[in-house]
Structures are given as C-alpha cells and as structure tokens.
Design a protein around this ligand. Structure first.
Ligand SMILES: Cc1cc2nc3c(=O)[nH]c(=O)nc-3n(C[C@H](O)[C@H](O)[C@H](O)COP(=O)(O)OP(=O)(O)OC[C@H]3O[C@@H](n4cnc5c(N)ncnc54)[C@H](O)[C@@H]3O)c2cc1C
Length: 390
C-alpha cells in the first residue's frame, strides 16, 4: 500500500495515479472540489500493476499493488510575518484608511478576472464607485469554472496560490477567506519527460531558511539531475540569489534558453525543469520566454522560506473567491455586470476616453477607465491590446 497526499503537484511516482487523474481529466476536470470530495471519503484505493511503485512501500505482490490515496492538508505557513506580506498589507490598508473623496469617482473597469475584481475592490475601499463590465456570463476570467448537469465543477485549469503571493494572500485575509486555501507539503514534483509515468521531487526541508531550503531541494534531487548538473544549476542561480531585483530585471533581454547557456547550465536541466516551468508560467517554451519571468518567480522562492509553498482553493473559484470580492464591492456601492462585452473604447478629440461602447449598443461613461482584459478590444479602427495587473 502506498499512501500520499493527492494533488496535481504531489502524485509521487505513480503511474496508476496518473491514469486515475487522466481518467478524471477525460471525464471532468480534476478540481479542488474533486479533492474535497475525496477528502470527505478520506481513503480511496486503486488497483495498480505499476512497476513505478513496486519498490516503494510494503505489500508488493507480483507487481499487483493497491494504491491508497489519503488527502491531507498541511498547516498554513506563517506568511503574516514576512516583509512582503506586511508591505502589501500596508498598501491595501492605505486604501481603507485614506480620507474619503469629496466626490467619489465612477471608475469603469473592463473584465471581471482577478485583476478587474481586485481593482474594483480596492477602489471601493478607497471610497470610489467601480463598475466592472464582464463580457461573459461567468466571473473569474482565467479562473472561471462551470457546473455540469451532475453538479460537478469544470475548472479552466488547476490554480496554485503560492506563499510568495503577498497581495493575493492579503486579499484573502481582508475578505476573511484565508481558510479556503488548502496548503500542501513543501515539494515541487515534476513529470520526467524521459521516463514517462515517473515523477521527480524537489523537497524543501522545513528546518532550513531560504535560500538554503531551495538549494537543499536541488542538491537532494536524485532522479532528475546528476551531481555535476546540480552543481552547475546551483552555481547558475547564484547571481539571481545575490543580485536581487535589479539583476532579475536586467535579464529581460534573454530567453530562458539563452540565459541557461550563458550561465553554463546543462541543456538537460533546461529540458527536465524549465520546459515545464516556462509552460506553467506562460504556456510557451524556454526559447520564447523572457528569463526575467522565471527569475521573478525563482527569486521569490529563493528569498522566502515559505514562498514556494502551494495552496489550492477548496472549491470552484467563481463561488469561493470571486463572489466574496463581488459581495464586498457591492456592499460599498460598486457594481459588477456580467454579459457586458465592450466592443469599442470611444475617444474624445483630445485622446481621453469618452465611453466604453458595449456590443448591445449601451454606452458606459465614467470619470476614469481601467482595462483589465487581456486580448483584443477594438479601439476605433485599430486593435487595442492591454492588460492591467494589480
Ligand atoms: C489553465 C491555467 C492555469 C493557471 N494556473 C495558475 C496558477 O496555478 N497560479 C497562478 O498564479 N496563475 C495561474 N494562471 C494564470 C492566472 O489564472 C491569470 O494570470 C489570472 O487569472 C489573470 O487574471 P486577469 O484578471 O489579469 O485576466 P483574466 O482572468 O483573463 O480576466 C480578463 C477578463 O476580461 C474579460 N474580457 C475580455 N474581453 C472583454 C471585453 N471586450 N469586454 C468585457 N470583458 C472582457 C474576460 O472575459 C475575462 O473575464 C493560470 C491560467 C490558466 C489559463
């Protein structure tokens, strides 16, 4: 019997779990609510003939193994004492504590993804009147989820909330929903492209501070990297550990692959680790992605002991995360409108925004406008591309 936590980042060495997860994926998304459902049943047993598990645990009999999956949450890390968390908290509380505006601004926001909703939340906290316009009939944008006829939720994809997300962690705390994050063990687990069905772990020890816990995780990994590769990888990361944010920003001109080559990091590290990381971060390959993007994440992970700890939401994001934000916005006089697709941003002769024109012919006018919608919104004759992140 093998016992382990069940999460997409913690499917340790288990072909059969992969096929179980694959099965779920073909039928319906493997969501945190599915995990929750499994959690309620506590123990779930699967038959297995996987050689991947034969050497692990007891009770192997002619390769026929039963895999027992136990879902388990780990304690919330003490993020509240970190400088990043405190700074982010100070910033968001400044909206609430600032003097109320004598004339609240009506701010029109395009998009009810997390950026649009949190922008509206903080504007409402500061005493303004946000109106969020969402094209679709569902909240959340890339966090959206849909219920099927059996009542199960399909999610756009698995969403991880890292310890190193000070603004998001503060947002949860301000809404009083921090307990909706289910924390997992401090490990990063990669599928090994050259050994299909096998997984490689980077375990961060609880006893070491950052960045030593990350260095230890790299050095202890035996399945994926050889010793010379580990040493070269760790040395390659040294400038990022020592150079801080200025170094990170200076790497924007290089792709991930170019940076790896410059630092002498072996190609295999790129193939085994950074293809997965680049795709997870931006859905593109290391030869297309700016190294700045990877280093922003790695730097946080290397500087904060609990930065790379992961949490999953305890249910579907529209209900469990977006609705509390919407309720908060509405309680302060703001609005969130679904099925309100902006077709055009009409301009005044001086180039300022006149109004947002919706596809149903409505014109929405405000004192200020925010675009929190990635992709194309047609701006007069040309295509207007913009994103806004809080
Ligand atoms: C499969 C998947 C997995 C991910 N996993 C993670 C993860 O594990 N951890 C993590 O931190 N991030 C993850 N991300 C990234 C994260 O989901 C996004 O960065 C974040 O949700 C983006 O939020 P946003 O508000 O900026 O944009 P969006 O969520 O894209 O919101 C934009 C909104 O604007 C609306 N809109 C577009 N055009 C118009 C228009 N013309 N009029 C009105 N509204 C419009 C859209 O419908 C949408 O609701 C993942 C993304 C995906 C797709």
């Amino acid at each position: 019997m093998d016992t382990g936590c069940l999460s997409s980042m913690n499917i340790a060495g288990a072909k059969q779990v992969r096929s179980f997860a694959g099965q779920l994926h073909t039928q319906r998304c493997f969501t945190s609510s599915s995990v929750q459902a499994l959690k309620t049943s506590h123990r779930t047993t699967f038959s297995s003939t996987s050689p991947g598990l034969r050497n692990k645990g007891k009770g192997s009999r002619r390769g026929l193994r039963a895999l027992q999956v136990v879902c388990q949450d780990f304690p919330r890390p003490p993020l509240e004492n970190t400088i990043n968390y405190l700074e982010a908290g100070q910033l968001s509380s400044s909206f609430r504590s600032s003097e109320r505006p004598s004339k609240p601004l009506q701010v029109v926001i395009a998009g009810a993804g997390l950026a649009g909703l949190s922008t509206a939340k903080y504007l409402a906290d500061a005493g303004h009147k946000p109106i969020v316009l969402e094209a679709r009939d569902v909240l959340g944008g890339k966090l959206a989820a849909w219920k099927d006829e059996d009542g199960d939720w399909y999610e756009t994809g698995l969403h991880i909330f890292f310890g190193a997300y000070p603004n998001v962690q503060n947002l949860f705390a301000e809404l009083g929903i921090s307990d909706r994050l289910q924390w997992k063990e401090h490990s990063m687990i990669f599928a090994m492209p050259n050994k299909p069905g096998e997984y490689s772990r980077f375990d961060f020890p609880e006893t070491l501070p950052a960045p030593l816990n990350g260095v230890w995780a790299i050095l202890k990994n035996n399945e994926m990297l050889t010793w010379p590769e580990k040493v070269k990888f760790a040395i390659g990361l040294l400038p990022a550990m020592l150079g801080g944010q200025a170094y990170v920003e200076a790497q924007d001109g290089l792709t991930v692959s170019e940076w790896m080559e410059k630092q002498g990091v072996p190609d295999r590290v790129n193939d085994e680790v950074f293809i997965a990381m680049s795709k997870a971060l931006n859905f593109i390959n290391p030869d297309e992605l700016s190294m700045q993007c990877i280093l922003i994440a790695l730097n946080r992970f290397l500087q904060e002991k609990h930065g790379s700890k992961m949490a999953f939401l305890d249910g579907n994001p529209p209900e469990r995360l977006c609705m509390p934000i919407v309720n908060h916005i509405q309680s302060l006089g703001g609005e969130v409108r679904l099925n309100s697709r902006i077709q055009k941003i009409e301009l005044n002769p001086d180039g300022t925004v006149k109004h947002f024109a919706l596809t149903d012919g409505t014109q929405i006018t405000g004192d200020a406008y925010v675009c929190a919608a990635p992709g194309a919104i047609y701006f007069q004759e040309s295509c207007f591309l913009c994103t806004y992140s809080v």
